[in-house]
Design a protein around this ligand. Structure first.
Ligand code: ATP
Ligand code: MG
Length: 412
C-alpha cells in the first residue's frame, strides 16, 4: 500500500494552553532529529498536528521510528488527493480497495470541510464518497456507530487528506518540557525503564553510573554505555557520567558495619549525584527503586537513604510490579542488554543480610567518623568522565564540542 504522508497527533500536550507552542516545538525538534535517516521525508507543521511527507520513504519504517517520539499519541498513514470531487472519490476507491475487506466489513465516511468554499457540504460528501464505495465493494456495510473502517476525509484548499487507520504511539510529554533530572543508571533491568518512564513524562535526563574498577570490569561499563545508547534512541542526545566509586566504596569496608554497607553506598551515590546535578542544573534525581524489591528499597531504607540529598528523588517504578517492568524493558529494547551477567559495584559488596531497617543516627555517625569521606566524594566528582550518546551513536570528544552547539540550538 502506498501512502503519501503520515499524520502525527499530539495528546495531553494540546491541553496545556499557554505551553502548547513550546511543547509542539519540542516535538517538532524531536521528530526532525529522528527522521534524519529518511532524507526524503519532509515535515509539515500545522497548529495542533504535524505531517510527515513520505516522498518515497517506507511508511512502516517511519511509523516505527515516530511511534517512539514522546508527545505523539497516534499516527495515521494518509493518502492525498487534489481537492476536486472526482479525484477524491477515485482516491477513496483505490485506498479502501487496498484494505483488507471481508464480507460485512462495516464502514462510514466522515468528511471535514476545512476549506469552506469547496462546493459540497461535509454531509453531501459523506454520501458522494460512500455510495461509489458501496457499489465498488459489495462486502461493505454502512454502520454509523463504531464501524470497523471510518474513512476520514479532510478537505483543504490545496489538497484533501484521506485516512482510516491510527497506529498508537507512545504519548506522554515532549522531551525536556518538564525540566532536567539526574538518573542513577545501574546495569540492571529497572533503572533503564525508570529512565524511559521519566523521559516520557517530559524530563530531560543525564545518566550517572558508579563503577568500582578493578572490582567491576570494563564489560560492566560497556554494558551501561550500551544501555545509554539505547536510551539515546528515545532522547536524541543523552549524557552519561561515569563516576569512579572504588575509593568511596572501600572506605565503608572493614568498619564492622556490613549490614549498613548498601545504605552507606547509596547515600554516597546520592551526595555525588547531587553535586553533579548542581553543576549541570538538574532539579531532581531519578532512580529505578521499586518498593520492597530488595533490602535497600524498603520504605525505611528509602527514608534513610533519601535524606542524603535535598533534591527530590523521583522513583517512577516505585509501585510497578517486576513483571510489568520486565515487559516494559523488552518493549523499549533494554532488556537483552540488562540481563548480561556483568556485576554491578553494589552486588559485589553486598553483605549476606543487609538491613531492611537502617537507623539514620547510626548511619550519620559512621559517616561523621570517616573524616576523609567528603574529600573522597569531591575527588570522585572531579574524576567523573562524561560521554555523550546521540541517536544510538557514541560521540567522540571532538564531535562533542562541535555537536554541543548545533544540538542546543536545535533542541530547545
Ligand atoms: P536496577 O535493575 O535498576 O539495577 P535493582 O532492582 O537491581 O535495580 P538495586 O541494585 O538495589 O536495584 O538499585 C536500586 C537503584 O539504585 C537502581 O535502580 C539505580 O537507580 C541505582 N543504582 C544501583 N546501582 C547503581 C550504580 N552502580 N550506578 C548508578 N546507580 C545505581
Ligand atoms: Mg541493580
Amino acid at each position: 500500500m502506498t501512502y503519501d504522508m503520515l499524520l502525527l497527533r499530539f495528546g495531553e500536550i494540546t491541553l496545556k494552553g499557554k505551553n502548547r507552542n513550546r511543547f509542539e516545538k519540542s516535538v517538532l525538534n524531536h521528530v526532525r532529529s529522528v527522521i534524519r535517516p529518511f532524507p526524503k521525508a519532509k515535515i509539515l507543521k500545522e497548529y495542533g498536528r504535524m505531517y510527515v511527507e513520505l516522498n518515497g520513504e517506507s511508511p512502516e519504517a517511519l511509523i516505527n521510528t515516530l511511534r517512539k517520539v514522546f508527545g505523539i499519541v497516534s499516527i495515521s498513514p494518509v493518502r492525498v488527493s487534489p481537492s476536486e470531487l472526482d479525484a477524491i472519490v477515485e482516491t477513496a476507491l483505490d485506498f479502501i480497495g487496498k484494505s483488507e475487506l471481508s464480507d460485512g466489513t462495516t464502514f462510514k465516511v466522515s468528511t471535514r470541510r476545512v476549506w469552506k468554499k469547496f462546493p459540497h457540504s461535509s454531509h453531501e460528501m459523506n454520501h458522494l464518497i460512500g455510495s461509489p464505495l458501496l457499489r465498488a465493494y459489495p462486502q461493505l456495510k454502512v454502520q454509523v456507530k463504531q464501524p470497523e473502517i471510518e474513512l476520514k476525509v479532510e478537505i483543504r484548499e490545496d489538497r484533501t487528506y484521506l485516512f482510516h487507520k491510527a497506529v498508537p504511539a507512545v504519548g506522554g510529554y515532549p522531551l525536556g518540557t518538564n525540566g532536567k533530572a539526574m538518573l542513577l543508571l545501574s546495569g540492571g533491568i529497572d533503572s533503564p525503564v525508570a529512565a524511559w518512564s521519566a523521559m516520557r513524562r517530559g524530563l530531560e535526563i543525564e545518566c550517572v553510573h558508579f563503577y568500582s574498577y578493578p572490582y567491576t570490569s570494563q564489560l560492566a561499563k560497556d554494558k551501561v554505555i550500551e544501555l545509554t545508547k539505547i536510551l539515546s534512541n528515545y532522547a536524541g542526545r543523552i549524557k552519561l557520567h561515569l563516576v569512579p566509586f572504588t575509593d568511596v566504596q572501600t572506605s565503608f569496608t572493614g568498619l564492622g558495619q556490613d549490614k549498613l554497607m548498601i545504605t552507606l553506598m547509596r547515600r554516597a551515590m546520592l551526595r555525588i549525584t547531587t553535586m553533579i546535578a548542581e553543576r549541570d542544573g538538574a532539579m531532581a534525581i531519578v532512580t529505578g527503586d521499586s518498593l520492597g524489591q530488595v533490602a535497600s528499597q524498603t520504605l525505611s531504607s528509602m527514608n534513610v537513604i533519601g535524606r542524603a540529598t535535598d533534591l527530590p528523588i523521583l522513583r517512577p517504578l516505585v509501585t510497578t510490579d517486576k513483571n510489568d517492568i520486565v515487559n516494559l524493558a523488552k518493549e523499549i529494547g533494554t532488556y537483552e542488554t540488562s540481563i548480561l551477567p556483568y556485576e554491578d559495584c553494589c552486588t559485589l559488596f553486598v553483605p549476606k543480610s543487609p538491613t531492611t531497617n537502617p537507623n539514620l543516627k547510626i548511619v550519620e555517625s559512621i559517616e561523621h567518623s570517616l573524616t576523609d569521606l567528603s574529600e573522597k566524594i569531591r575527588i570522585a566528582v572531579e574524576n567523573t568522565e562524561t560521554v555523550i550518546l546521540k541517536n544510538g551513536i557514541q560521540m567522540t570528544k571532538n564531535d562533542n564540542e562541535h555537536q554541543d552547539e548545533v544540538v542546543k540550538e536545535e533542541w530547545f
